[in-house]
Each structure stands twice: as structure tokens, then as C-alpha cells.
Design a protein around this ligand. Structure first.
Ligand code: E4P
Length: 217
């Protein structure tokens, strides 16, 4: 399972990239706003740090303007993945861009039928928003399960990129189902390493090591 960082914060991306565990980055207009940075500039910086796909989202609602925005964004770097909303114009844009060899992430997916459309449009990634789905009284994991089933039924190659991840449980559930990617806030990625028994184990081993009076280096 690939891990993407869901952020436009350069320091956090650098820290995660240094672990060797980071496979890509997703941004959206809200994350760009939160970073306080210029969209083009920060996207270029992220693309230089990470080898994998970096999603940059269009903001137009009509196909022609989406295509014009995508043209600007894809010039930033070879690893830019154009993010389009799950609307008919977004899907039309997805089809045109993927036929041209550009990576596309179809975002704001809340139903398996929407995911089916994205796959038919040739999307590289589909982004179902599990956290927001949960917030609205649905089960985000059911959505991932349905999409996995449908994509496997028809051998669609579109990767399921689980988005709006709020906690480690979303990551575990997605991995059990066989989602291809999870995009997470940096603190969620880091939290996956935490376990109270790991901390307790280290504490015990170090206390005993101290008593041996030895050193390794
Ligand atoms: C990523 O591609 C999505 O835009 C992001 O995961 C949305 O997360 P949120 O629901 O926490 O805003």
C-alpha cells in the first residue's frame, strides 16, 4: 500500500520523505490556503522533494477552463498529477488528459457509482473521502469495499486513493480491503509507528543494557 502525505507543508513533507516511507503527496485548494504559499511555487518545491505523484487541483468548473488550468499545472514537473472534481466536466477532462498520458486524480468521490465513472474515464486515481463520508452518517470503509469489488469485477486499473483519512483505523481498514493508496495528514502517518508496548519494551531493554555497562559505538 502506498502512502501519500495530504499536505502542502514543505517541512513536514521533507521530514516524511527522509523516512523513505513517502510515495506521493496530495494537495487541494484548502491545503494551499493553509500553507500560505503561492500555489505554483509550493507545488514545484513539493515535486522536487518527492519522486512520486503530486496532486495539484484545478479550480475551474467547466471542461475548457479545466483543460487550460491543467496545461499550466502539468508544466510544473513530470510528476504532477492533475486533480479534477467528480463532475461530468471533471470526468470529460480526466478522459482527455489520461488519453494524452497525464496522471489524473478524480477527487470528491462519495459513491461507488461515481468511482465507476472515474474508472471508465481512465482515471489514474479515484479519491473517495472516507472521513467526510463518516461525518455525514455513512461508513467510509463500506465505500472503499464497494469500489474495490467493482474495480476487481472489471479489472479496472484505476488506483483507489483513500482520502479524508482522519485516524489509524481508516488506514488499517483500507489496507484490509486492499486499497492501493492512502493519503494522510503527516501526523496520521507518523502515528502508525506508535504502540505503548513498543515504548515499554524499549524502556525495559535500555534499563537492562545500562546495567551491562557496555556500549556499541
Ligand atoms: C485529498 O486528496 C483530499 O483533498 C483530502 O484528503 C480531504 O481531506 P479533508 O476531508 O480532511 O479535508
Amino acid at each position: 500500500m502506498k502512502f501519500f502525505a495530504d499536505t502542502a507543508e514543505i517541512d513536514a513533507i521533507r521530514e516524511l520523505a527522509a523516512t523513505g516511507l513517502l510515495d506521493g503527496v496530495t494537495t487541494n485548494p484548502s491545503l494551499i490556503h493553509k500553507s500560505g504559499r503561492d500555489f505554483m511555487e509550493v507545488t514545484k518545491e513539493i515535486c522536487d522533494i518527492v519522486d512520486g505523484p503530486v496532486s495539484a487541483e484545478v479550480v475551474a468548473l467547466d471542461h475548457d477552463t479545466m483543460m487550460r488550468e491543467a496545461e499550466v499545472l502539468r508544466k510544473i514537473a513530470d510528476n504532477v498529477c492533475i486533480k479534477v472534481p467528480l463532475t461530468i466536466d471533471g470526468l470529460k477532462t480526466c478522459k482527455a488528459l489520461t488519453e494524452d498520458g497525464t496522471m489524473v486524480n478524480v477527487t470528491l468521490c462519495f459513491s461507488a457509482n461515481q468511482a465507476l465513472l472515474a474508472a471508465k474515464a481512465g482515471a489514474t486515481f479515484i479519491s473517495p473521502f472516507v472521513g467526510r463520508h463518516d461525518d455525514n452518517g455513512f461508513d467510509g470503509m463500506d465505500l472503499i469495499r464497494d469500489i474495490r469489488l467493482i474495480y476487481d469485477n472489471y479489472a479496472f486499473e484505476t488506483e483507489i486513493l483513500v482520502a479524508s483519512v482522519r485516524h489509524a483505523g481508516h488506514v488499517l481498514g483500507s489496507a484490509r480491503i486492499g486499497a492501493d493508496v492512502a493519503t494522510m495528514p503527516p501526523k496520521v502517518i507518523l502515528s502508525l509507528a506508535n504502540h505503548v508496548l513498543t515504548d515499554k519494551g524499549i524502556e525495559g531493554f535500555l534499563a537492562d543494557w545500562e546495567k551491562t555497562g557496555q556500549s556499541i559505538v
